[in-house]
Design a binder for this molecule. Structure first.
Ligand SMILES: Cc1cc2nc3c(=O)[nH]c(=O)nc-3n(C[C@H](O)[C@H](O)[C@H](O)COP(=O)(O)OP(=O)(O)OC[C@H]3O[C@@H](n4cnc5c(N)ncnc54)[C@H](O)[C@@H]3O)c2cc1C
Ligand SMILES: NC(=O)c1ccc[n+]([C@@H]2O[C@H](COP(=O)([O-])OP(=O)(O)OC[C@H]3O[C@@H](n4cnc5c(N)ncnc54)[C@H](O)[C@@H]3O)[C@@H](O)[C@H]2O)c1
Length: 457
């Protein structure tokens, strides 16, 4: 049994906790998989590197609109995959090596399971290593959910964990689920030439977004893909080398590759939280934390997808900062603020959102005014020949306080940050519109014009 000052379980966002403030502490880092976790190895970063390449291909394919002749783009999947993962695998290795070389850090490449309060067993190869620590940081993330009809069927399937590393790009891709991962990876594989079929159990794609966004996105996806909405999978079987999904309306869809993108679950099932006094919410499977990231067990913190209601990387990073501060400064702890978290979907078009949706305001009976302008209403939108993009802003008519904003179109993930900053620093719609110099004719004019559409008292 070895005792440490700090034990960190999981090296995604958890790895950010350990910095020079802890150089005088003995630290053990436990990681069962790739160093750097989901975002670096199989999540945000590879998917966005692939999505950007897709954008390049889409731009070339659409060049005729701009009176530019270009030949049909061909995305070279293997070269693309090597470029993306060549860079990321190097990053993973150097991240691990950097920690292994630290004098005060021990890295255990194995699976950690709680055996008691702040006590863990780590399975490294065939060995069990018992450790204890004064403080424990649990940052073990989550994993893809595989619905029982697929799990039980025995058909070949992929998740976001492995589909981006395939040797060959699919020709006919079945996507189960119509959320973030489905939207982004369908877009990537459509650019490599795959025929896409999406099966989503609800009536819209990207369900929790503002209704204007889900409607617009669903309608565009229906023009590009075979989209089956309001449909559940009841079973699946192989037909030769093809995968067949059986749907509850009696129909079937067939493809050579199946991507299961039906949501993610926190990694708490086999963590042994019950031995350590760490409360887990029964419904969500998340470790319960307070706003200082403390669990119910003394000296144990949790962060990121294993405990957060908002499973996004920038949220996990913020929570990691809270944990680091609170470990280093126990007498002046800080709290994580989850009030204004932006989100972005990197599809074509992009989506950037912050704050309330119109349906949330309506359901809550909140008085609001909604402004909307299309990209085609502003000069830069003309330059882009954009026909589908828009910006929608929701505000309190009395105070002008911005309540929500939803941008759908080129650069939406970046554009929305003007509104993120305004909301964070409580700059109301009137001041934002009139006191700001808006560079002409930058795309940001879409935001200025949308603010001017609001009907304020
Ligand atoms: C395809 C995809 C695309 C995404 N794109 C975006 C995006 O564009 N923007 C965004 O904000 N978010 C995105 N996300 C979400 C984002 O990746 C996660 O919110 C974030 O990575 C969570 O970080 P984490 O540190 O909580 O967990 P992780 O990064 O998953 O780290 C957990 C680590 O713990 C290790 N581990 C698990 N159990 C144990 C154990 N018992 N013992 C030892 N080690 C263990 C795992 O191997 C892993 O390395 C995406 C997710 C996916 C899947
Ligand atoms: N750009 C980003 O920020 C980004 C990108 C990818 C992933 N992520 C994160 O990863 C999380 C997981 O992504 P995801 O796409 O797996 O989940 P999701 O929650 O975004 O979407 C899952 C979808 O699958 C549908 N579904 C569930 N079970 C189904 C079934 N049996 N049949 C048909 N449809 C079914 C749900 O209705 C939902 O629309 C996201 O919630 C997000 O937090 C973020």
């Amino acid at each position: 049994m070895t005792h440490y000052d700090i034990a960190l379980i999981g090296t995604g966002s958890g790895n950010m906790v350990i910095d020079s403030r802890f150089d005088d502490k003995s630290i053990v880092i436990v990681e069962k998989g790739q160093f750097g976790g989901t975002c670096l190895n199989r999540g945000c970063i590879p998917s966005k590197m692939l999505a950007y390449t897709t954008e390049v291909a889409d731009t070339v394919a659409g060049s005729e609109r701009f009176d530019v002749s270009a030949s049909d783009p061909d995305v070279h999947w293997k070269a693309l995959r090597e470029r993306v993962f060549g860079r990321l695998d190097e990053n993973e290795a150097s991240g691990r090596e950097g920690r292994e070389k630290s004098d005060n850090i021990t890295v255990l490449a194995g699976t950690g399971t709680f055996t008691g309060p702040r006590a863990l067993r780590v399975r490294v190869g065939d060995d069990d290593i018992e450790i204890t620590a004064d403080k424990v940081v649990v940052a073990v993330g989550g994993h893809p959910v595989v619905p029982p009809p697929i799990a039980k069927s025995g058909v070949r399937y992929h998740t976001s964990d492995d589909i981006m590393r395939l040797d060959e790009a699919p020709r006919r891709l079945l996507v189960l689920g119509g959320g973030y991962i489905a939207a982004e990876l369908a877009h990537v594989f459509a650019a490599t030439g795959a025929h896409i079929t999406v099966v989503e159990s609800s009536d819209n794609l990207l369900g929790p977004h503002d209704e204007s966004v889900t409607e617009a996105f669903t309608s565009i996806a229906q023009q590009r893909y075979d989209v089956r909405l309001g449909t559940s999978v009841t079973g699946a079987h192989m037909s030769g080398d093809d995968i067949v999904l059986e749907l509850d309306d009696g129909s079937e869809v067939t493809g050579d590759t199946l991507l299961v993108a039906a949501g993610r679950k926190p990694n708490t099932d086999d963590l042994g939280c019950e031995h350590a006094g760490i409360d887990v919410d029964e419904d969500s499977g998340r470790i319960v934390v307070d706003d200082q990231q403390r669990t119910s067990a003394d000296g144990v913190y949790a962060l990121g997808d294993v405990s957060s209601p908002i499973p996004l990387k920038h949220v996990a990073n913020r929570e990691a900062k809270t944990v680091a501060h609170n470990l280093a400064n126990p007498s002046s702890p800080i709290a994580t603020d989850h009030d204004l978290v932006p989100s972005a979907v990197f599809t074509e078009p992009q989506i950037g959102s912050i704050g309330k949706t119109e349906q949330q305001l309506r359901d809550a009976g909140t008085r609001y005014t909604a402004g909307r302008k299309d990209y085609s209403d502003v000069a830069y939108g003309w330059a882009m020949e954009d026909t589908t993009g828009f910006c929608k802003i929701l505000a309190d008519p009395a105070s002008g306080k911005i309540l929500g904003a939803h941008v759908f179109g080129p650069q939406a993930a970046s554009l929305v940050h003007v509104l993120v900053v305004a909301m964070q620093f409580d700059i109301d719609a009137r001041r934002l519109a009139s006191d700001t110099y808006w560079a002409h004719p930058a795309l940001t004019e879409i935001i200025e014009n949308t603010l001017n559409e609001l009907e304020l008292d």
